[in-house]
Design a protein around this ligand. Structure first.
Ligand SMILES: C[S@@+](CC[C@H](N)C(=O)[O-])C[C@H]1O[C@@H](n2cnc3c(N)ncnc32)[C@H](O)[C@@H]1O
Ligand code: SF4
Length: 425
């Protein structure tokens, strides 16, 4: 009983802390001049490329996107390649590339050109790419062999009723059709991941367990289970789609997921792999900072967040005229950065205190003394031999924190949203 109360209080507190810090610490400054980014020229960063196009929109999704139009997209990919050459000139080195959307494989020819350029300019070891279930035909994916290492297919649910409610069954096919598509493509690229969303308003234990069974039976290497994130931009559309507001079973569902995927390796609190991947704390350390290129992309380097132009015409114009397409920044105090990095490391399953201190030139035990005390009291972390591990409850807590973090970033997108950017009403 007492344990339940402590856990409930801890969950509410971290939600509040995250919401407050996203509201109060994100001081967005609009800029109308060239900025010079301070970064480590010796280090290899993660490069993120945003492809903001979809044929149709899903009610829960607030990612930055426009309706697809071939001519506009072709022009956009050209701008992306110009921006990529400019970050090269700026001196950045990258060893990993993540392509997110939108629908990244929506224009295969242009994407291939863009990925090939990235490989030519940088020493890229792995490329990860998101896709919807309509762009994963075996023959198309064969064109990406040797280029894309990990493909992540957005499935969201294998329940026909849910797929219908989120307007995905007519677009991508019934649960059976989506399963057949995945069976036909699994193995063509080295790693296949399935994205699921849990905690939809009308979801039951049976629906969730069936989603997980289907994903396991397809034999893919990875399964990612995102908690439904409902933000100011999407909450009305979600309520309308389900005729119901929300589901209060998130923690219960997370425990069902952990149990169902207990034989899988935890890459982070919401990602599970059949085999342990090369994801180690070195990888995590390197990828806490990244450069995002493309319209509406975020970069996080050193103490600052940089936000690229959202509007496609403005993005193209800036890319032509300046060394970058940045329109706004936000700078963080040391304590805020340390809290953010600590959250990321914990979310990824391990905080090696010595490594953390070395990386950020701080004493974690001193600077986050109060936070560590509270997390230990709530039984969210265990500290042994200078390593901090999240407990099972701690993993859920970091998932809640990440969810709030992403929802906070959504507020940034909302700030810059324009009339011609997709909105689902
Ligand atoms: C940007 S989407 C791109 C995926 C691809 N376009 C598709 O529809 O399959 C990447 C993933 O984010 C997740 N996602 C999007 N909106 C979400 C939300 N509101 N809550 C939780 N996860 C969400 C989904 O699992 C999705 O597969
Ligand atoms: S989830 Fe739907 S709206 Fe969002 S990027 Fe994928 S297809 Fe587009």
């Amino acid at each position: 009983m007492l344990k339940k109360i402590v856990q409930k209080t801890a969950i509410l507190s971290v939600k509040k802390i995250m919401q407050n810090s996203m509201d109060n610490h994100l001081k967005i400054k609009l800029i109308d001049e060239e900025v010079v980014r301070n970064f480590n020229k010796e280090k290899s960063y993660l490069l993120y490329i945003h492809v903001p196009f979809c044929h149709t929109f899903c009610p829960y999704c607030s990612f930055h996107k426009y309706k697809y139009d071939e001519e506009t997209a072709t022009q956009y990919f050209k701008s992306l390649r110009i921006e990529m050459r400019k970050v090269k000139e700026e001196g950045f080195k990258f060893n990993s590339l993540y392509v997110g959307g939108g629908t990244t494989l929506i224009n295969e020819k242009e994407l291939i050109k863009t990925l090939e350029l990235a490989k030519e300019l940088f020493n890229i070891e792995d490329i990860s790419c998101e896709s919807d279930p309509n762009h994963i035909e075996a023959n198309s994916l064969k064109n990406f062999q040797g280029l894309i290492k990990r493909i992540s297919v957005g499935v969201q649910s294998f329940d026909d009723n849910i797929l219908q409610k989120v307007s995905r069954s007519t677009k991508f096919g019934s649960s059976k059709v989506v399963q057949e598509k995945i069976l036909a493509m699994n193995g063509i690229l080295p790693i296949t991941n399935i994205d699921l969303i849990f905690n939809f308003p009308t979801e039951t234990d049976e629906i969730l367990l069936n989603d997980l069974e289907c994903a396991k039976n397809l034999g893919v290497n990875q399964i990612t289970t995102y908690p439904l994130m409902s933000t100011d931009m999407t909450s009305n559309a979600i309520t309308k789609a389900f005729n119901s507001k929300n589901n209060s079973k998130e923690y219960h569902f997370y425990n069902l997921i952990k149990e169902s995927l207990k034989d899988y390796h935890n890459n982070n609190s919401w990602s599970f792999s059949k085999e342990e991947t090369s994801l180690n704390d070195e990888y995590v350390t390197q990828h806490n900072e990244y450069i995002g290129i493309g319209s509406g992309a975020f970069s996080f380097i050193n103490d600052s967040l940089y936000i690229n132009a959202f509007d496609l015409a403005q993005y193209a114009e800036l890319v032509d005229k300046r060394p970058h397409a940045i329109i706004a920044t936000s700078t963080f105090e040391l304590k805020e950065r340390i809290q953010y990095q600590f959250l990321l490391w914990l979310f990824n399953g391990l905080v090696d205190i010595k490594k953390f201190d070395q990386t950020f030139n701080v004493s974690l035990r001193k600077i986050l003394k109060q936070e560590l005390y509270m997390l230990e009291k709530a039984n969210a972390i265990q500290i042994s031999n200078d390593n901090i591990y999240p407990t099972d409850f701690g993993k859920y807590l970091t998932l809640v924190m990440m969810k709030e973090f992403y929802s906070g970033m959504d507020k940034v997108r909302a700030l810059f949203r324009e009339k011609n950017v997709a909105t689902v009403k």
